[in-house]
Design a protein around this ligand. Structure first.
Ligand code: GRF
Length: 200
C-alpha cells in the first residue's frame, strides 16, 4: 500500500512509519510527505529518507476552499492507498476526505479531550488514565470513526511534556500496527465501525 503522510511538527509518527516500511513484509510504504508549513522536523525526516515532500500553506491560497483543493491535488499525484494525518494540525476538506481514506491519530482517549491540546486538557481535568486514538478523519475535529485505542496512565507529578512523551511512545506503535493491518488486509467502513480484514 502506498502511504502519503501529512505532518506539521516533529514527525516521530512519520519516522515510525518510515522505519516500519523498511521491511517489505510490512505491506505499506511512505511514498510522499506533505506539510502545511516549512522548516519542520517532519519534512527533514522525509528528506533524509529520500522521500518526496510537498508543502501547501493555507496563507498562499485565496481561501480555505482553494487550499482544500490544492492539497487534495498534491496528495492525488502520489496515488495513495491510505493518507495518514500524523500530527497534521489542519482539518482536511471535502476534496481530500471524499477521494481518500484518511487516518488520524490523537493523544487522548476520544471522545474525551479532542482538539489541539488533548494532553493538556486531560491533565487539567485530573484524569488518571488517558491514551491515544487512531481514527478515520472526517470533517469535524477528532470526531471520525474510532479504529483503535490504547490506555496510558497519568502519573503523579506528570507535566504535559512528560505525559505526551509517554503517550507518543504508545501512539506510534498503535499507528504502525493499524496502518500495516489495513494495508495488508483491507478494510470496510460500516457506519462508525471500521472492519479490518475479514470479508471486506
Ligand atoms: C502526536 O501526539 C499527535 O497525535 C499530536 O501531535 C503529536 C505529533 O507528533 N496531534 P509527531 O509530529 O508525530 O512527533
Amino acid at each position: 500500500g502506498r502511504l502519503v503522510v501529512l505532518v506539521s511538527g516533529s514527525g516521530t509518527n512519520l519516522q515510525a512509519l518510515l522505519d516500519a516500511s523498511a521491511d517489505p513484509a510490512y505491506g505499506a510504504r511512505v511514498v510522499a510527505v506533505g506539510a502545511d508549513r516549512e522548516g519542520i522536523e517532519g519534512l527533514g525526516r522525509a528528506e533524509r529518507a529520500g522521500i518526496p515532500t510537498f508543502v501547501e500553506k493555507v496563507g498562499d491560497h485565496a481561501d480555505r476552499a482553494a487550499w482544500d483543493a490544492a492539497i487534495a491535488a498534491r496528495i492525488a499525484e502520489h496515488e495513495p492507498g491510505l493518507v495518514v494525518s500524523a500530527g497534521f494540525m489542519k482539518i482536511l476538506g471535502a476534496p481530500t476526505l471524499e477521494a481518500f481514506t484518511v487516518l488520524n491519530t490523537h493523544p487522548a482517549l476520544l471522545p474525551s479531550f479532542p482538539g489541539a491540546h488533548g494532553v493538556r486538557d486531560a491533565l487539567a481535568h485530573g484524569v488518571k488514565v488517558t491514551g491515544c486514538t487512531v481514527m478515520l478523519a472526517d470533517a469535524g475535529v477528532d470526531t471520525g470513526p474510532i479504529i483503535a485505542q490504547e490506555a496510558v496512565r497519568v502519573f503523579h507529578g506528570d507535566d504535559e511534556a512528560m505525559l505526551h512523551e509517554r503517550i507518543k511512545t504508545v501512539e506510534r506503535g498503535l499507528l504502525v500496527e493499524i496502518v500495516g493491518r489495513m494495508a495488508r488486509e483491507g478494510w470496510a467502513v460500516k457506519g462508525r465501525t471500521v472492519i479490518i480484514g475479514g470479508e471486506s
